[in-house]
Design a protein around this ligand. Structure first.
Ligand SMILES: [Zn+2]
Length: 402
C-alpha cells in the first residue's frame, strides 16, 4: 500500500504511510482507557472526554515527531543534502535524505538536529503545563509516578493532562532515540564519532549497525517477555515489530556502506558493456526477431537511429505486439511507446547509476553521451562483479580506505 501525500512545507514533501492510522488508533485507544482515566478520575463518566484527549494526544505525539524530523531535515539542508521527504508511519517518522553526509561532523549534527527539537518541545510542554496549572488553580498530585489532577474544570484539567502526557512521551522519545543503536539518532552520532576518529565509514557503519542489531535482539526479548509473561500482548507485539524494523534498517545500512565502499571511485564507464549489439530504429519487428532475437543470446537491444539512442527493445515488448503487425511495425514504434527509461552518462558514479537502475525496475540501462549510445549497464554484470570482489576482498584491503 502506498503513501498519502499531505503537502509540502519549506519545500519538503510530507507523506503518511497507512500504518500511521493504526498507530493513531492504538495510541488514542490505550490512552483513553488507561492514562486519561487514571489522571483525571473526577471525569470518569465522561468517556467522550477521555477519547477526545486520547486522539489529541496521539496527534500531538505525531506532530512532535514531525517537528523532530524537520529538525534533522533542516540541518541536512544546511549541509547541502537534499531532503526527499518526511514520512510518518507506525513507528514514528523518518526524514529521507537524498544522499549521505560527506563528513563525520555533518552526520553528527544532522543526527542531533532531531533530538534538539525534542528537547525544545519538552521545555515548551513543561512550561505550558506549569502556566495552565498555576493560572487555573488545578491541583495536581504525583504518587508512584502517577499523576492525578483535580479541580480547575474539565478544560484546564484536560489541557494539563494532555500537556503532561506530551512532555512525558517526548522525554521517552528523546531517551529512546539517543540509544546508540544504529539507525536510531544515537547510533548515527556513534557512527559519526567513530568515523571521525577512525576515518573508516564502512567500519563505523558496521560497528554502529552491530550495536543496532544487538539492540533489536533486546527488543525481541522484551517483546516476548511482555507478550507471554507481562500480559501485554499489544505492547509486546509492537516491541517485536519495532525490533524487526530496526534490525532490517541496520542490515541494509551495513549492506549499503559495503556497496559504497566497493564502488568508490568507480564510474559507469568502468562497468558498462562497450559496443553492445544495437538495432536500427527503422527495422521491422519481423527482421528484428529474425536477425537479432533468434541469433544472439540477448533479451534486449538498444535501438539507434543515425547513431542517436532511441530506447531499449526488450523481448517482452516484442512479444506483446500482435504478430500480424510485426511486418509493418518498426523497432522505433515500440521503443517510443510508454514512459522512456532513464539513461545514464558514462562518467556517472556507479552508486548513483545503481540507484537509477533499481528505481527504473529494468535490468539494464543505456549509457548515453550527447545522445550517442556508448554502452549498456547490465544489472547482472554488476552482481557478478560484486560477487567476485566480495570473494577476493581481504581484511587488509578493506581497512585501507575510507
Ligand atoms: Zn531522529
Amino acid at each position: 500500500m502506498g503513501d498519502i501525500f499531505l503537502g509540502k512545507l519549506f519545500g519538503i514533501p510530507f507523506r503518511l504511510h497507512w500504518s500511521w492510522f493504526l498507530a493513531i488508533f492504538l495510541i488514542s485507544w490505550t490512552l483513553s482507557l488507561g492514562f486519561f482515566p487514571q489522571t483525571l478520575p473526577e471525569f470518569e463518566t465522561n468517556r467522550v472526554m477521555y477519547w477526545s484527549l486520547g486522539i489529541l494526544a496521539a496527534l500531538g505525539l505525531f506532530l512532535s515527531i514531525l517537528l523532530h524530523e524537520l529538525g534533522h531535515a533542516f540541518v541536512a539542508k544546511r549541509y547541502g543534502i537534499p531532503v526527499r521527504g518526511i514520512r510518518l508511519f507506525v513507528f514514528g517518522g523518518v526524514a529521507e535524505l537524498g544522499s549521505d553526509p560527506k563528513q563525520a561532523f555533518h552526520e553528527i549534527l544532522i543526527a542531533l538536529g532531531g533530538p534538539a527539537v525534542t528537547v525544545l518541545l519538552i521545555a515548551i510542554f513543561h512550561l505550558a503545563l506549569t502556566l495552565v496549572v498555576s493560572i487555573t488553580g488545578t491541583e495536581w498530585q504525583l504518587s508512584d509516578g502517577l499523576l492525578t489532577l483535580q479541580g480547575g474544570g474539565p478544560i484546564a484539567a484536560g489541557a494539563s493532562a494532555l500537556l503532561f502526557y506530551l512532555g512525558m512521551i517526548n522525554t521517552l522519545v528523546l531517551f529512546f532515540n539517543l540509544i546508540p543503536a544504529f539507525p536510531l539518532d544515537g547510533g548515527r552520532v556513534l557512527r559519526g564519532i567513530l568515523w571521525a576518529v577512525s576515518g573508516s565509514y564502512l567500519n563505523s557503519t558496521r560497528i554502529a549497525g552491530g550495536v543496532g542489531i544487538a539492540f533489536s535482539w533486546l527488543l525481541f526479548l522484551g517483546g516476548f517477555l511482555m507478550m507471554f509473561f507481562g500480559g501485554n500482548l499489544l505492547g509486546g507485539l509492537w516491541l517485536f515489530f519495532l525490533g524487526m524494523f530496526l534490525q532490517n534498517a541496520a542490515h541494509s545500512s551495513i549492506a549499503y556502506a559495503q556497496l559504497q565502499h566497493m564502488f568508490r571511485g568507480v564510474t559507469v564507464a568502468d562497468m558498462m558493456r562497450q559496443n553492445p549489439v544495437t538495432v536500427e530504429g527503422g527495422l521491422s519487428l519481423r527482421d528484428v526477431a529474425d536477425e537479432y532475437f533468434l541469433r544472439y543470446p540477448y533479451k534486449a537491444y538498444p535501438v539507434v537511429e543515425n547513431g542517436q539512442y532511441q530506447g531499449i527493445l526488450t523481448l517482452r515488448s516484442l512479444q506483446e505486439m500482435p504478430r500480424e503487425q510485426w511486418q509493418t511495425l518498426r523497432a522505433n514504434d515500440v521503443v517510443h511507446r510508454g514512459e522512456p527509461l532513464p539513461v545514464i552518462r558514462p562518467n556517472e558514479p556507479m552508486l548513483q547509476a545503481l540507484r537509477k537502475l533499481a528505481e527504473s525496475g529494468s535490468s539494464r540501462l543505456a549509457v548515453v553521451d550527447n545522445g550517442q549510445l556508448v554502452g549498456l549497464l547490465c544489472g547482472r554484470d554488476v552482481m557478478k562483479l560484486m560477487e567476485i570482489r566480495a570473494g577476493l576482498s581481504m581484511p587488509e584491503l578493506e581497512n585501507a580506505s575510507r
